[in-house]
Design a protein around this ligand. Structure first.
Ligand code: AVI
Length: 322
């Protein structure tokens, strides 16, 4: 740890934030190359900003994925078949999965999100529309070690992971995550997943640095959320949003760059950032179909089919457990 950046846990003030979260934030902020986990984007403001990002003209993934589902739904249904348990990873308002109910006819629907409270209203409404589908909402942090409870039927589990959130994992974590899903499936199980594809750098850069500055607000809001969790004193005005496609690493990188020399402190610690120093806040990996299929195969899935839009910007991939 640099001389000027200190941690003194004994001096920590009284906090309500769980200790493991404080520890994770402090470790990232005090690293030589400061970094934070993208999961801290999603407080109440961050979640609304993300919904706004999804309808921006520059942010093509959401509408492109929706278009793929609309265009290829009949073929997908034919390939995937019906019945079983539909397990919706990071379900949010459950809208994407609900579009599958009339065609895939699952016997059970299991929406999972970091907080079960986020799911309750959506599940109540869905249960009225689809009373014959058994619904079990679960609150799980998918970035931690997680297990499905016994209420989730084992027969023909279909893990549904749209939105290209798999890109926010480091590739080795993505592999471990996919292996974990494979291990939770019987041979009739599978995964239906949205994957953002490698494309022109300018298009990717624009998608993460929109002209309205919504993605900038989403990135900067992270500092407000950290202030809330850590009781730190980040001043959002001292930081600048940066996002670019790192071609060599095949990933969008988001950073917050110090506009000046900055001293940030919190109960029990502090860090001095020099002008232009960065906090690395997110990676969003982009794959080719082949590289993602390799990942699925390495995780133990057998690759079955994929569907793309006419520009081949995004893919929806179905892989069967065996
Ligand atoms: C949630 N995830 C798939 C988004 C992405 O594109 O990586 C998060 C995001 N970050 C900035 N814009 C959108």
């Amino acid at each position: 740890m640099p001389e000027s950046n200190r941690l003194n846990s004994a001096a920590s003030a009284e906090r309500t934030t769980p200790v493991h979260i404080i520890h994770e934030l402090e470790t990232g902020l005090l690293a030589d190359a400061a970094h934070t986990s993208p999961k801290y984007f999603y407080d109440a403001v961050g979640s609304v900003l993300f919904e706004a990002i999804c309808v921006l003209p520059e942010y093509y993934p959401t509408r492109t994925e929706a278009e793929i589902f609309t265009t290829h739904m009949a073929d997908m249904t034919h390939v995937i078949g019906s019945g079983g348990s539909l397990i919706d990873l990071g379900a949010g308002n459950c809208a994407k999965a609900a579009r599958l109910f009339p065609v895939l006819h699952p016997n059970q629907y299991v929406p999972i999100d970091i907080s079960v409270h986020h799911l309750q209203d959506a599940v109540r409404r869905l249960q009225q529309r689809f009373p014959h589908i058994e619904m079990t909402a679960l609150g799980l942090d998918l970035s931690q070690d997680w297990q499905l409870p016994v209420e989730v039927r084992y027969d023909k589990r279909l893990f549904f992971y749209p939105g290209s959130s798999i890109g926010n994992f480091e590739p080795h974590q993505a592999l471990a995550f996919l292996r974990h899903l494979r291990a939770a499936c019987d041979d009739n199980g599978g995964i239906l997943i949205g994957v953002d594809l490698i494309k022109d750098k300018a298009l990717l850069d624009d998608a993460y640095a929109d002209t309205l500055g919504v993605t900038a607000a989403f990135n900067l809001n992270l500092l407000r959320h950290i202030n809330h969790l850590l009781h730190s004193d980040f001043d959002v005005r001292q930081w600048q949003h940066e996002a670019f496609f790192n071609t060599a690493k095949s990933r969008i990188e988001m950073h917050l760059r110090a506009r000046e020399n900055i001293h940030v402190s919190w109960p029990g610690g502090y860090r001095n950032f020099i002008k232009d120093e960065h906090i690395h806040t997110e990676n969003s990996y982009k794959y080719s179909i082949d590289s993602f299929v390799n990942l699925l195969t390495e995780a133990g899935f057998s690759y079955v089919s994929h569907w793309t839009d006419t520009n081949a910007w995004f893919a929806v991939i179905y892989a069967k457990a065996a």
